[in-house]
Ligand binder design. Structure first.
Ligand code: PSU
Ligand code: MN
Length: 319
């Protein structure tokens, strides 16, 4: 793989021990409809800058894994109709064939960690799909989080997945799970699910302390911070349940497989809720980015002066 390109402002911030938050591009290219996606991409970066945090949106541009996109690159990812969806296994191909693509939670986590970034905000994680026992459809997000030292702030995972099975897999894989001011695992469009979280944190300093102690213990796995969308912004429960049934039936009818499944389900949701799920989705991401800004700031304070950053033996740093 050719070298990672790290934007100057990101490199400068990391070297100075200032807070940086990674952002994902599949969410932009395949998770949100055009042209709203481009506006949201810019808004998320502004939310971070307003809090004194440097944004690092990650994608592969003409074959170069890029950490921190310039406005043109962000537009290319948001506006082109044929942007590839890149998980970890796709990265060397996109690189070798000089392709442009958006990175999933898995690929974004890997590239962020390589660049020395420890905090990443997204909407929802990929996970075990409903019917996973037959289809074996489990997102590579899970195994990647098992071996990548990054803190991911998300609103859980969408109910298009088998949430219970995904939580079991996260436990098996040794991914640390924290509820952000909640005892209930959040349900992305909905603020709560029937599932409990074992550990609840109240503030960013507690998360930074968990990260520091994970490093001290030599763990190389991710910390997932599950942050519920505020109740006032969640999707109507009945609408949610009806559209979910329709979306799942539609995917089954079309016999969708592999990486086409998640974008199809998301698009169906946005269409069938007449945009209500889109507004909730955007609220979810904004909310996660805001919490991530606080955690990155606490982490910068925890990790201390430049040169003693907590990133433990991350291999193949930018070059
Ligand atoms: N969940 C969402 N929105 C998304 C995704 C997940 O609520 O856009 C994207 C993320 O990039 C995630 C990817 O990493 O889908 C998972 O895809 P798959 O299930 O094909 O691994
Ligand atoms: Mn899949």
């Amino acid at each position: 793989m050719r070298g990672l390109a790290v934007a100057d402002e990101v490199r400068v911030a990391l070297d100075a021990g200032r807070p940086v938050v990674a952002l994902e591009s599949t969410l932009i290219a395949h998770g949100l409809p055009r042209p709203r996606n481009r506006e949201v991409a810019a808004e998320l970066e502004t939310l971070l800058r307003d809090r004194g945090v440097t944004p690092a949106t990650i994608a592969v541009i003409d074959g170069t894994p890029t950490v921190g996109l310039c406005p043109d690159a962000l537009s290319a990812i948001a506006e082109a109709s044929d942007v590839a969806k890149l998980s970890v296994r796709d990265l060397p191909v996109a690189s070798a064939l000089h392709r442009t693509g958006a990175t999933t939670v898995a690929a974004t986590s890997l590239l962020a960690a390589r660049a020395g970034i420890r905090v990443f905000a997204t909407g929802g994680l990929g996970g075990a799909h409903r019917g996973w026992a037959d289809s074996a459809d489990e997102s590579a997000d899970l195994v990647t989080l098992a071996r990548t030292p990054i803190t991911v702030i998300c609103a859980g995972m969408k109910s298009i997945l088998d949430v219970g099975a995904t939580l079991e897999r996260l436990e098996t894989l040794g991914v640390t799970l924290l509820g952000w001011r909640t005892n209930s695992f959040p349900g992305f469009y909905l603020s709560r699910t029937e599932f409990a979280v074992d550990w609840r944190v109240e503030d960013a300093r507690q998360v930074a302390a968990v990260m520091a102690d994970a490093d001290t213990l030599g763990l190389r796995s991710a910390v997932v911070v599950a942050n519920p969308v505020p109740e006032a912004e969640q999707l109507d429960h009945d609408l949610h349940d009806r559209v979910l049934a329709e979306a799942l039936a539609g995917a089954a009818r079309r016999g969708l497989r592999g990486k086409a499944v998640t974008p199809f389900l998301l698009e169906t949701f946005h269409r069938e809720t007449a945009g209500a799920s889109l507004e909730t989705n955007i609220a979810v991401v904004r909310n996660n980015v805001t919490v991530a800004a606080g955690i990155a700031t606490a982490w910068a304070a925890e990790a201390g002066a430049p040169g003693v950053s907590g990133a433990p033996g991350v291999n193949g740093a930018a070059g």
